[in-house]
Ligand binder design. Sequence first.
Ligand SMILES: Nc1ncnc2c1ncn2[C@@H]1O[C@H](COP(=O)(O)OP(=O)(O)OP(=O)(O)O)[C@@H](O)[C@H]1O
Length: 932
Amino acid sequence: MKTQILQLVEQSTKEVNPHTFDIEDGVETKQLSQLLVLERTAASRYLNTLVKEGKLVKINSRPVYFFHRQTLEKMFNLPLETNEFRSFFDLEVALGLVEDLKVNVFEELIGWDRSLIQQVEQCKAAISYPPKGLPFLLAGESGVGKSYLAKLVHHYAIIQGILKSDAPFVTLNCAEFANNPELVTANLFGYTKGAFTGAERDKKGVIEKANEGILFLDEAHRLTPEGQEKLFLFMDQGIYHRLGDNEEWRAASVRLIFATTELPGKAFLTTFTRRIPIIVELPSLKDRTDYEKYQMITSFYQSESKEIKREIVLHSNVLDFLMDTSRAGNIGALKNAVRYSCAKAYSEALETDKKLRLEISLKHFPADDMHKYMIDKAENEDHSQFIDHLIPINTNGQLYPDPYTSKYKSDLEKVYEQLLNKYSEFASRQEHHQLYIDRVSLYVNDYIDKLVFYSDLQETRIEFSVIHQFVKQFISLKSDNNFSAGVLSSLSGNTIIAFTHFIFYSSNQRVTIKEENRVLEFIQFLDRTCQKEWLIINELMDGLTQTFNLHFSVMDKCILVLFINGLKNQQVKESIQCLVVAHGFSTASSISNVANRLLGKHIFKSFDMPLQVDTLEIIRRLNDYLDAVDTSRGVIIFVDMGSLVDVQKKLNCLNNSTVAVVNNITTQIAIDAGEKLLKGLSVNQIVEEITLTHKPQYRIFHPRLEKRPKAIITTCVTGIGTAVKIKELLEKSVDGKHIQVVAYDFLCLKNNQEKESVFQDFDVICIVGTANPEIENVSFLPLEDIISGHEEEELMYLLKPHVEEASIQKINNNLIKHFSLQSVLNHLTILNPNQLMEHLSDALELLQNLIGRRFSNATRISMYVHLSCLIERLVTQRPIDSYPNLETFNQQQEEFIQVVRQAFESIEKTYSITIPLTEIGYIYDMVKIKVQ
Ligand SMILES: Nc1ncnc2c1ncn2[C@@H]1O[C@H](COP(=O)(O)OP(=O)(O)OP(=O)(O)O)[C@@H](O)[C@H]1O
């Protein structure tokens, strides 16, 4: 009998496919006893004897599996040192199958080092968070890889020793029980016999099964509110009752991963989302880069090739066909399309000839999809599908031979050209230098973004990673230094990677620079206007040249100076400082990065606190940072633990700034706070509003200063953007040393009056703006009156007590110079002011005729200012998209809306814009206020 058993296991092991080797390929005791009609204990005894004799290999999982030792050793060409393994994973390690995975399990997740870099960091942080990990939610459309990522996290936790090697991974798909909350509870917590009709015996729930491991709750949005609530107690205390047994408390230690295809805010109770501090959002297939789509397609074909043991070649138009995500939809569907084509080609090859190589062409896809593709191509006169060639799917999947595709190769020369040409244009027009710098910084940022996008460079490549490390260290060193901290504060995570890409790329190029005189002039200009950036970049590039013998042209330095300038512009100027301080290696930076990315602005600065870093060290870092930036609008510090609540006591900026400490931080809180900050709310308002939804504890501290700095407030009824621009103009005119200019949200001023924090932080001299927030005891000077010269005198009168006699005349001259209508419009918009004024003059004339009223000169000027900002908003696609009581306005002011549409018809055509109803609402307010 023993020999027969040995032969059976040997036969079964010989049938293993080494590419898909899995635990279930082994033989179970139960299986064997059934097959040989043998008592289970007897079968088990024989098997264990064979293990002891070194003939079989045993995996001590549940159930236990057996393999034939010699067959495995031959198959994987590696001798085994032992016969017993704690888990299948240990066997894989012993057979050398998962050595690479030990280094990075996430490597098989396409995008782990690119578009999913953040998500992988979040998962690692959540699962490792001591002592029991943090529950997290994977959110994303169907088929974007949520289940796949959850399984990799399980693997990662085992490899890192966070979980034991046989830790279970249990999945519960909540959609299966969507309409039967009792069944969900029964499946989650288990039940006792008789707990409900059909409960014929006691049964374990998935929580019990997942003890010491991971429970993955898929489609978690289908959990009913009752179901969610029942999980709370378990999430909070780790204890639960089985259904039908309210006596016995059971305990389990389970790490929870949730997944949903819904927007997290919509599908869950807020009490529930509050308990899930990390939300990992997975991008849909259409938002992945071309390179990643390409990697997916080739890797899916590679797996199929291994599975069917056939070499595969693709017709290039198949790649083109599959890369178009509007067809594939999601990653799962893409994988299915690949499988479908392989199955079809395989069966066709069996019918016709038996040649080894499978050629996949368009005919191997469903006919409807393929025809649609051909028609689309023909309609777009894209004949690329006719220039077909064959692509071998080799294991390296190399299609893009160069890290930077030919599209961006040698473009550097063109970028130099553009910068110099734009500089010559600017020099001849005598514009303000900041306008030029802002414009070309945008251009440079766009270029570097594309460079990264089209690069197929593995960022883990050793040459890249050493340069990346060097740059990171340089930046972290300089960030501790007052001189450079402000300049480099916008560089972090992804932007440092982009920065390194450019360094890596440009140092490999050899572009000869012509017209040296022009270059010299350009360098002198940048050295003058961006002095700090210039010095820092020079130091960095010199360091790179000395350490790695890299060579750069002087124009490369200019590009990097402009790049960091562009990033600074993405930061919200004059903003409240928002800091996230959290324990863990990357919790704070993950939250900040996700929030900054979603908000499209660099709002949050993160301070990660690995557990060995003490509070004093963090306070030192906070002080270094806050001392280097402008804290006049206040500071909000989000902390993750009670121990940090008292940090503000030791902050230097408490002498002159309002500081709020919020004792909770999740990505959701960060996003909510960021949105409120962008709307221009004050520290008080932001903190109070997030407390309504998220209920964190917070404390606010006002400056200790007796003597507050003096300030002029600028404001605009249509938002903070215009107020900031008015502020910039005023700053150029007044003496900034003695008087600060602060841009402020109109509604905050109007609603909260002197309760607004700006009045605690500053001694306010007056408010300048486009509409009066009517604050008692504070003078308001309309912008149009300053432009028309009516209020210049008043402003001078208000300023007199605060500035030296000698400066007064200078300020007066500056005001006249900077506040002509033309220069105001020039500053407020990127559009040509002369042309704009002509169009606006016609439109205003028509508007007056249609409503049968003449506007005063002052009203006309303020309309010019308001309308030019409006047109700029629409041209740059940033309209104001909310207006109080829009529906009522639409119903009650139908006639006015028609009149505006008629008056602005010609402007809409000229600038290819459509004025939305919300903006018409603000025009109405403007006309109403001014005419009254
Ligand atoms: N980044 C990736 N790299 C490689 N394969 C991936 C990746 N993302 C997803 N896949 C593959 O795509 C398929 C679908 O993924 P998965 O089932 O994890 O999606 P899902 O988001 O859980 O979908 P659903 O919401 O429908 O359950 C899987 O076969 C998975 O292997």
